[in-house]
Design a protein around this ligand. Structure first.
Ligand SMILES: [Zn+2]
Length: 386
């Protein structure tokens, strides 16, 4: 069958027009998708947030008595604030074979392809169902997909395989690192900065902790390597810091953020344990000798599991065959694949567009990538109909 390129472009234009930056509601977009599916006789189910401001959407095409193949993507996009665009980011604009717009590449292009294929999926007489699983809040730590995954195997069918369409230029990604983020809050004691021996300097103790983190970073660099990743080690970064109140006061508050991106098989909690032990041994006793109310709090704020494809599920050879590829890749950014797999559904990452265009001003998806994705989904439908 011919790829429905015109329909996919039209749908992408509609999806891009909804400003679904992660901080905003995605309900208008979800309603549009529900209506579109309903016009094709497909029922869908929302998994809403408690306040109803956002929702994931799950739909099935084909038989309902067996697990199928899920096409998964997030509906939220990163902010455009501070970026200088040559055209309105929320108006899909075609120039020189490229479709410009916020989210065109990451990852409304994949959603548009999946939706454009719905009439063909219906016409195929599928033997295995094709599910659509659209999430929200991916860009703020893969949080929105979690309630939907919690429903798989309960209110919603547990897919046999999940195809996460993050931009890989239709290459097959079968592993990614797992990010974990922490916030460290210190509380010192105030004093006039001319009399520092009466105070406890929260920034100075934060400095000691940062020193330990930098030593941990060096150890990680020298530690386990997996050459499929760039860089091949578990990375550690200090990402944010804030502290102090005035130029003549021994600072009471200081906080900083740090993250790691763990290779599959690496236990991130080892690092949390090491930093906590350092604080207990090298900071807190000294701080509390002078000021018992002083504190160091180390809290994990977000965690996504590292992901390596389930070798027993057959998803890797199948996706290679559908994508016309002969090797797989590992990436350092994270996706919802690890969470699906943790929820019992083997997952793979393969989608249109280049990650280099994601999150940038003048984000685009080339029409060639869009068509590559449509042909991939056509072969997936052939397989599901066989
Ligand atoms: Zn994405």
């Amino acid at each position: 069958m011919t790829p429905p390129t015109a329909a996919a472009k039209e749908l992408l234009a509609r999806l891009v027009a909804f400003d679904t930056e992660s901080a905003k509601s995605n309900i208008a977009l979800i309603r549009f998708v529900e209506d579109y599916l309903a016009q094709h006789g497909i029922a869908s189910e929302r998994v809403p947030t408690p306040d109803g401001e956002k929702a994931s959407l799950f739909a099935s095409i084909g038989p309902t008595d067996r697990p199928g193949l899920a096409l998964s993507g997030h509906t939220d996009v990163v902010p455009v604030a501070g970026q200088s665009w040559d055209s309105d980011p929320f108006t899909l604009t075609e120039r020189d074979g490229r479709l410009y717009g916020r989210g065109s590449c990451d990852m409304k292009g994949y959603l548009a392809c999946a939706l454009a294929m719905v009439p063909q999926f219906k016409a195929r007489g599928l033997n295995l169902p094709i599910h659509l699983a659209f999430s929200y809040d991916e860009e703020v730590g893969c949080t929105g997909v979690r309630p939907m995954i919690a429903e798989l195997g309960k209110r919603l069918p547990l897919p046999r395989m999940v195809f996460v369409g993050e931009p890989t230029e239709m290459g097959v990604v079968d592993a990614h690192k797992g990010p974990v983020r922490w916030r460290v809050e210190l509380k010192g004691r105030a004093a006039h900065s001319s009399m520092p021996h009466y105070g406890v300097n929260a920034i100075a103790y934060a400095g000691r902790l940062l020193g330990e983190l930098l030593r941990m970073e060096e150890d990680l660099k020298a530690g386990a390597q997996d050459s499929r990743f760039d860089p091949p080690w578990t990375t550690l970064q200090i990402t944010q810091i804030e502290g102090g109140t005035a130029s003549n006061v021994v600072p009471v508050p200081c906080w900083f953020g740090w993250e790691i991106r763990a290779l599959p098989g690496f236990d991130p909690m080892l690092l949390e344990g090491r930093l906590k032990a350092f604080a207990e041994t090298h900071c807190l006793p000294e701080m509390r000798r002078l000021a018992p109310e002083t504190e160091i709090r180390i809290t994990a704020t977000n965690r996504v599991s590292a992901y390596a494809a389930d070798e027993t599920s057959g998803i890797v050879p199948l996706t290679l065959q559908l994508a016309g590829q002969n090797k797989t890749y590992a990436v350092s950014y994270c996706t919802e694949a690890g969470l699906f797999q943790g929820g019992g559904a083997p997952a793979i990452v393969c989608g249109p567009g280049n990650i280099a265009q994601a999150h940038t001003a003048n984000e685009f998806l080339s029409v060639a990538e869009l068509e590559k994705c449509l042909r991939f989904l056509g072969r997936l439908a052939d397989w599901a109909a066989a």
